[in-house]
Design a protein around this ligand. Structure first.
Ligand SMILES: Nc1ncnc2c1ncn2[C@@H]1O[C@H](COP(=O)(O)OP(=O)(O)O)[C@@H](O)[C@H]1O
Ligand SMILES: [Mg+2]
Length: 271
């Protein structure tokens, strides 16, 4: 059974003339990491909101873990699908950081909620703020709190809308490790992101959205080096892919260290 299945999905906001999703068909397996990219207004967030049932298709079918989202409440789907919205202010409503994490844990009857909350806050570098109001945190910290709250009850699918915005390099590395170990545990991660460098390092499957449709679907090194697709979706080459193109390399390096190693090898310089 797949984790997520979109079958000819069409969706239109009532206040909007054009469809935000047009005939979207895609299947995502358990344990897959999928990056969703595309220009503003392409339908990425609308796609994400269909995964936890916040939006239901006008036409077509969305199945999550084999269940039709039309037959499920958002509350029930939330147990399996943790979603982190683009704007943390749409998500944070508790009086303290600690209560924010505890909310989901208690709601879903997780054992030892206090202990779990403390561990998660520690992991995300937020323990020192536990008695503070969530809205007093910085932008990056708020985003981390949203992720911590959704990870805490260990859902099967994680949907992250622009998770790297406002995060420094260290936090991005931690997020990358978290997503990789998440998928190694057989869990699925969907990341909506404009962060080409982050996605390049993460090496996920990529879905490119444009005008409500899926324009391309493939491995990051194929999709992110296809100039036509990048142009159509207003994306630019990741820096390491650009470097590889300039050097005439067929296989672009994944990390700066890999690039440096290859350059030094060609030059015959001692490592
Ligand atoms: N709540 C809404 N009401 C009306 N139209 C919306 C709403 N949210 C998004 N849209 C429209 O739907 C389209 C897709 O938006 P969205 O899914 O937010 O794109 P993206 O996340 O790729 O920027 C856009 O044309 C946008 O203006
Ligand atoms: Mg969006």
């Amino acid at each position: 059974m797949s984790a997520i299945e979109f079958d000819h999905v069409w969706y239109r906001y009532s206040s909007h003339q054009d469809y935000a999703l047009k005939d979207v068909t895609v299947t995502i397996g358990k344990g897959e990491i999928v990056g969703v990219v595309g220009p503003n207004g392409a339908g990425k967030t609308t796609f994400a909101k269909h995964i936890n049932g916040l939006l239901k298709p006008d036409k077509g079918l969305v199945k999550v873990l084999g269940r039709d989202t039309k037959d499920e409440s958002v509350a029930r789907l939330s147990r399996d699908v943790g979603i982190i919205f683009q704007n943390p202010h749409h998500q944070l409503f508790s009086e303290t950081v600690s209560e924010e994490v505890l909310f989901g844990l208690k709601n879903f009857d997780v054992e030892n909620p206090g202990l779990v909350a403390e561990r998660v806050l520690e992991d995300f570098g937020l323990l020192q703020y536990r008695e503070k109001p969530p809205l007093s945190l910085s932008g990056g910290e708020k985003k981390r709190l949203c992720i911590a709250s959704a990870i805490a009850w260990d859902p099967k699918i994680l949907v992250l809308d622009e998770p790297t915005v406002g995060q420094d390099l260290n936090n991005k590395r931690q997020l990358l490790d978290l997503i990789v170990s998440w998928s190694q545990r057989g869990k699925t991660a969907i990341l909506v992101s404009h962060d080409m460098e982050f996605l390049w390092a993460l090496n996920p499957r990529i879905l490119v959205f444009s005008k409500g449709r899926i324009l391309a679907d493939g491995k990051v090194d194929v999709v992110f080096t296809d100039e036509e697709i990048l142009h159509e979706a207003s994306l630019r080459l990741p820096q390491l892919a650009e470097l590889a193109a300039k050097l005439g390399w067929k296989n672009p390096p994944r990390t700066p260290s890999e690039a440096a190693k290859r350059i030094l090898e060609v030059k015959g310089w001692p490592m």
